[in-house]
Ligand binder design. Structure first.
Ligand SMILES: Cc1cc2nc3c(=O)[nH]c(=O)nc-3n(C[C@H](O)[C@H](O)[C@H](O)COP(=O)(O)OP(=O)(O)OC[C@H]3O[C@@H](n4cnc5c(N)ncnc54)[C@H](O)[C@@H]3O)c2cc1C
Length: 426
């Protein structure tokens, strides 16, 4: 499921984001306290926090900054976990995520990151009347761990969204949206300014134990150089831990679509407060406006062959039915990225070999978790204190039957659609 090399040119954000900081591929041998593999949100937020603590850190990115999920996502800043409530997460993680959107926007302000960030709130509306009590219960559960969310009744939800299709919502004013590639590039720029080294076009080909003083640590190999590091943080999303072991997350292709810039009259009728939203469907409906007045939405495809032409028609119909003020919807940009699903919808931190830590933060909602895990991971990697982490470090838990598991979300899509329609009819 490799994405074509030229695929990144399709991504809307590659045209809107502020340019990346200049970096060079790694050439020759280097040494550091912590080597970070992966120049996405997780690797860069950790590298920034490590450098700010005074640690010597080197980031090795196979392609370019944000070329993975971080520069391709929808940019919704969501202070919540996907599909599960805070009671299903370790308490320290739930508390970090509940206040995590505030942390994202504070970080953006602190480093003056130009990424069209708007803290206009996140809505999680019930698409079926029967689901409204469940959403109201989620509001109470997230409030209990420190979230700023409130319950909106059906009338208030419909007025905010410009749609009669919803039956109440969780509204969290700390959420919002941003240009995700601009945010990721901004974190790279901040990490460089804090003293980290960042090397693009430097894929890690493998690692050998030893290299740090006293024979501890790791030596990582890239095509034109090597890095000796006391500890390794692997932040490569769905790639297997240790870069060669069995996969612990299921890679999932997710599509994103953007309309042309729409007239101000339409923007005043749909999500007039410029909120981001994602609803209660199994086959999620989510959208947000961009700074240029485009509506960005996303979805999954049952079959990837031909999906770039088929999916836009299906998602256009869904938006038209939900938001009549949009009129006939067409898309100008369609692209896709690879999310990573863990079995329990929680981020996971594993230690495939001593001193090599692998983290998956994604599950389709990674901007907040990746940002807030960064400083916690940095504290742990700098001191070795596991109490700094909001999650336990586990042995890698390989996905059973990975070939089947990676097809399962697509195969279950029609069932999810049917359940969504049935719930809405009740
Ligand atoms: C289409 C889509 C839409 C999404 N929408 C949202 C959203 O609206 N809101 C939200 O919060 N989350 C969203 N997400 C999830 C979010 O994008 C991810 O959780 C987050 O970006 C993960 O960051 P990461 O740093 O862990 O991984 P990535 O950004 O994928 O970074 C991993 C990096 O590792 C590099 N790499 C891999 N192997 C090697 C190697 N051997 N050597 C060196 N480098 C290597 C890759 O090139 C890549 O740049 C979405 C995801 C997708 C795919």
């Amino acid at each position: 499921m490799r994405l074509p090399a030229d695929d990144f040119g399709r991504v809307l954000w590659s045209r809107t984001a502020a340019p990346p900081p200049p970096t060079e591929p790694l050439r020759g041998d280097a040494a550091c306290d912590v080597a970070v593999i992966g120049g996405g949100l997780l690797g860069l937020s950790t590298a920034l926090a490590l450098a700010e603590r005074g640690a010597r850190v080197i980031v090795l990115e196979a392609a370019s900054i944000g070329a993975g999920a971080s520069g391709r996502n929808g940019g919704l800043v969501v202070p919540s976990l996907p599909r599960i409530g805070p009671e299903q997460a370790p308490p320290a993680l739930a508390a970090l995520v509940a206040t995590g959107a505030d942390a994202v926007f504070a970080l953006i302000r602190r480093h003056a990151i130009a990424c069209d960030a708007v803290q206009s709130g996140w809505l999680h509306p019930a698409h079926a009347e029967a689901l409204a009590p469940r959403v109201a219960a989620r509001v109470a559960a997230w409030q209990a761990v420190g979230a700023r969310c409130v319950w909106l009744d059906a009338a208030a939800t419909q007025a905010r969204m410009g749609s009669t299709r919803f039956h109440g919502a969780l509204f969290d004013p700390s959420g919002g949206h941003l240009d995700p590639l601009g945010y990721t590039r901004g974190l790279a720029r901040a990490a460089l300014a804090a003293g980290a080294a960042v090397h693009e076009r430097s894929p890690v080909l493998g690692g050998a134990l030893g290299g740090a003083p006293g024979g501890a640590g790791w030596t990582l190999r890239t095509p034109h150089g090597s890095v000796r590091a006391g500890r390794v943080l692997q932040a490569t999303n769905a790639a297997p831990p240790g870069l060669g072991e069995r996969p612990t997350a299921v890679p999932l292709l997710v599509y994103q679509l953007a309309t042309p810039a729409l007239p101000a009259s339409v923007r005043r009728a749909v999500l007039a407060g410029n909120e981001a939203f994602s609803d209660t469907r199994n086959n999620l409906l989510a959208a947000r406006w961009t700074a240029q007045g485009r509506l960005v939405t996303g979805g999954m495809a049952m079959l990837h062959a031909g999906a770039l032409t088929r999916l836009p028609r299906r998602l256009a119909r869904r938006l038209e039915a939900t938001f009549p003020a949009l009129g006939a919807v067409r898309f100008e940009h369609v692209w896709r990225g690879r999310a990573a699903l863990t079995g329990d919808f929680l981020p996971c931190i594993s230690e495939p070999s001593p001193g090599w830590f692998s983290v998956t933060s994604c599950n389709g909602r990674g901007i907040v978790p990746a940002t807030v895990l960064g400083p916690a991971l940095a504290a742990f990697l700098a001191t070795g204190d596991r109490a700094a982490l909001p999650l336990p470090v586990t042995k890698p838990r390989p996905v059973p039957l990975p070939a089947l598991a990676r097809r399962l979300p697509q195969m279950l899509l029609p069932l999810g659609d049917w359940q969504d329609r049935r719930a809405a009819r009740r």
